[in-house]
Design a protein around this ligand. Structure first.
Ligand SMILES: Cc1cc2nc3c(=O)[nH]c(=O)nc-3n(C[C@H](O)[C@H](O)[C@H](O)COP(=O)(O)OP(=O)(O)OC[C@H]3O[C@@H](n4cnc5c(N)ncnc54)[C@H](O)[C@@H]3O)c2cc1C
Length: 400
């Protein structure tokens, strides 16, 4: 079978569907191809099954990229309000959980259904599952069918515009692949180094000995790394640390660097401990005024290994001040991350210098576009990654 369309979109995830909708609405003939059997599995599992579909306060500062300005243009032209309007038009009830994060009241399936219906209304043709075996650029004179030719399991596809929306490497078990990066390399487009982001951090067993028994315990803390700081919960797990504050800093963490944890961000720990300098209460028990009981005991053991907690009055002022410093700046050095199996996103990707920030078209290869997570633009936790997928998909959809 041979099929000619105006636009081929590879990857029917968040960005791919948005691009296909917009191109279809402009009267372009669009085929949307995905190798997965089930549509948009990543949207389905997102936000704990309720899809944190955008963030009201989206700003360029919420994104990591080698060029922090690249995302501005697309984000300005398709804002959270635009997506909220779409959600409301489809009668989907939603709520703000915290910090501008918007979630479906019921299920992330509602967002998938919304996108599927919009694609159908825009006349988008679906091809899934389908696999691309070969991609090539043709020359107009030799191949009047279009600038790109794809050899797929279902036959030959040709089009003038080819959109790569195949996402990042995280969660390979539901269809993530390196396809987008390989296409970029095939066309001589630079790809920046990739690593897992929004990912739990792991520690050497001996460093984490007492703490690993606290799996499930959460602590409100301010966690910093490489100049970025986030105030949210951190969560202890069997292998290390997770929870929103850790996931956020993980995107800034580089191997070998410590992370800094302020366990008492709201008080002056030195003044507080010194108020108790004559007290007979055990230090670990005093800490439970602000920290979960099991954590307070394990933390004392972790910073003073082999020394059972003593009454506060036995520490002396100098030692109490040192302990206060550790409470405000507990430094631990991860030995790694939990990897792409657990990461929510992939940092790095198609080098933004290769793309037009207005259209997402590759500068060197007219007609070739990259959108969504495959691009070197990665959001913080909290609905920003979907907002980037919608915005970059929309931007390309106006031009393909
Ligand atoms: C567990 C989890 C929870 C998340 N929760 C949130 C959240 O609540 N809010 C938020 O903003 N972000 C969240 N994210 C991040 C968000 O899901 C992604 O950033 C977003 O889906 C990226 O959109 P995309 O369209 O670029 O890629 P994807 O949505 O990943 O879509 C890529 C598509 O390409 C297809 N594909 C891949 N390779 C090929 C190939 N070779 N041939 C054909 N098709 C291919 C895949 O099957 C997939 O359908 C979460 C991520 C994870 C893993």
């Amino acid at each position: 079978m041979k099929l000619k369309k105006d636009v081929i979109v590879i990857g029917a995830g968040a960005a791919g569907m948005m691009c296909a909708i917009e191109a279809g609405k402009r009267g372009r003939s669009v085929v949307l191809l995905d190798h997965a059997r089930k549509l948009a599995e990543k949207i389905r599992i997102s936000g704990g099954g309720r899809c944190n579909f955008t963030n009201r306060y989206t700003a360029p500062e919420n994104f990591l990229s080698h060029n922090p300005h690249f995302c501005r243009s697309a984000l300005a032209r398709f804002t959270p309000q635009h997506f909220i309007a779409l959600v409301e038009r489809h009668g989907i009830h939603y709520h703000e959980k915290k910090l501008g994060q918007l979630f479906c009241d019921d299920s992330s399936q509602q967002i998938i259904d919304l996108l599927r219906h919009e694609c159908d209304a825009a006349g988008v043709e679906w091809q899934m599952p389908n696999r691309v075996n070969n991609t090539s650029r043709t020359h107009a004179a030799a191949a009047p069918g279009g600038r790109f030719m794809l050899e797929t399991e279902r036959g030959i596809l040709t089009a003038d515009s080819l959109v790569i929306a195949t996402g990042g490497l995280s969660i390979p078990q539901i269809g993530a692949s390196s396809f987008g990066y390989r296409i970029a390399e095939q066309f001589g487009i630079t790809v920046t180094p990739r690593r897992p982001g929004l990912v739990p951090l792991t520690f050497m067993p001996e460093q984490f000995a007492g703490l690993s028994t606290l799996s499930g315990v959460a602590v409100d803390a301010a966690v910093s790394c490489n100049g970025a700081s986030f105030r949210e919960n951190l969560l202890l797990t069997h292998r290390g640390l997770s929870g929103p504050a850790i996931l956020q800093v993980s995107s800034y963490w580089q191997p070998g660097a410590p992370i800094h944890i302020n366990l008492l961000p709201d008080i002056d720990a030195a003044a507080w401990l010194l108020d108790y300098r004559h007290s007979t209460v055990l230090l670990s028990n005093l800490l439970t005024q602000y920290l979960p009981r099991r954590f307070a005991h394990a933390w004392c053991e972790a910073i003073m290994p082999g020394q059972p907690a003593r009454p506060v009055k036995q520490y002396g002022e100098i030692r109490l001040k040192q302990i206060a410093t550790q409470l405000h700046n507990w430094q631990i050095t991860p030995n790694g991350t939990a990897g792409y199996k657990k990461a929510e996103v992939t940092l790095g990707g198609i080098d933004t210098r290769e793309l037009s920030s207005r259209t997402m078209e590759a500068r060197k290869v007219p007609g070739l576009y990259f959108i969504g997570e495959v691009v070197d633009v990665t959001g913080h936790l909290g609905g920003f990654n979907f907002q980037w997928a919608w915005a970059s998909g929309y931007a390309a959809g106006q031009c393909v």
